[in-house]
Write a new protein. Structure first.
Length: 255
């Protein structure tokens, strides 16, 4: 590991070995890129390119977890089948995030089943990322007020390894079970659609009732106007928190 201005840079033997590992696991000659400018790991299912970030003090467990995660996208996440649900326009980014969260749980389970040795790497890597507060949980109270999709994401990234206790109501437990048992991408889309529609319904229910005559409600006072949703599409302000984010291009994986 070479150091430059306090930033750890991977040496050539290490990146070369990870390239070989990724191609062997994927059973195809995928392109592997190590990028210091990449904020997340990602796999482009169309160009068959795996992008790995270069983080400071990035140990082998984190590297291998990211490789395993993205290789599982290469093996199991199809190039087609996203657009019908995700679509374009308002809400598309939010729907994409829901699919990514559900798909991450499926592909991580599948790669650990295929390569059991990765189980230790995943446990160690998520412990490392949690200790770095990559999920931004410091000072946060994790309760059932947090959107269900966020709690599911945290459960399958951290809760599985006993790093945090994620609460679910009795009615919500069915979604934990279903997310843990998805086997096909069609099941991922079905569950993501159901969770998304539930969230939209919840967001609409929590929207403040419009005030008649505006000025009488004091909306123009010190608090200013419109403390409603974050944007016009009604997207949740949370739902992120996985180590790679959820903003990759359509059809690509994150983790």
């Amino acid at each position: 590991m070479h150091m430059s201005n306090g930033i750890a840079l991977p040496n050539k033997p290490r990146t070369a070995s990870k390239d070989i590992l990724a191609r062997c696991m994927a059973t195809e000659d995928i392109t592997v890129q190590h990028s210091a400018s990449a904020q997340t790991a990602a796999f482009d299912t169309e160009s068959r390119t795996l992008i790995l970030p270069v983080w400071e003090d990035m140990d082998n467990a984190v590297y291998d977890m990211l490789v395993g995660h993205e290789v599982s996208h290469a093996l199991h996440t199809p190039m087609e089948g996203w657009q019908d649900f995700i679509g374009d326009g308002p809400g598309a980014r939010m729907r994409h995030m829901f699919v990514n969260v559900v798909e991450d749980a499926r592909i991580e389970r599948m790669i650990k089943d295929k390569f059991p040795g990765l189980r230790r790497d995943f446990a160690s890597a998520y412990k490392n990322l949690h200790e770095r507060d990559l999920f931004e949980l410091t000072g946060r109270d994790i309760n059932t007020d947090l959107p269900l999709i966020d709690r599911l994401n945290l459960h399958f990234k951290l809760g599985l390894f006993g790093l945090v206790q994620i609460p679910f109501t009795a009615d919500e437990q069915q979604y934990v079970t279903r997310m843990n048992e998805t086997t096909t991408f069609e099941e991922v889309i079905e569950l993501a659609r159901e969770l998304y529609e539930m969230q939209v319904e919840e967001d609409e229910k929590n929207q403040p009732e419009p005030q008649e005559g505006g000025s009488e409600s004091g909306a123009g006072g010190e608090s200013g106007e419109g403390e409603s949703s974050d944007d016009e599409s009604g997207e949740s302000s949370t739902g992120n928190g996985d180590e790679e984010g959820n903003d990759e291009g359509q059809g690509s994986g994150d983790g």
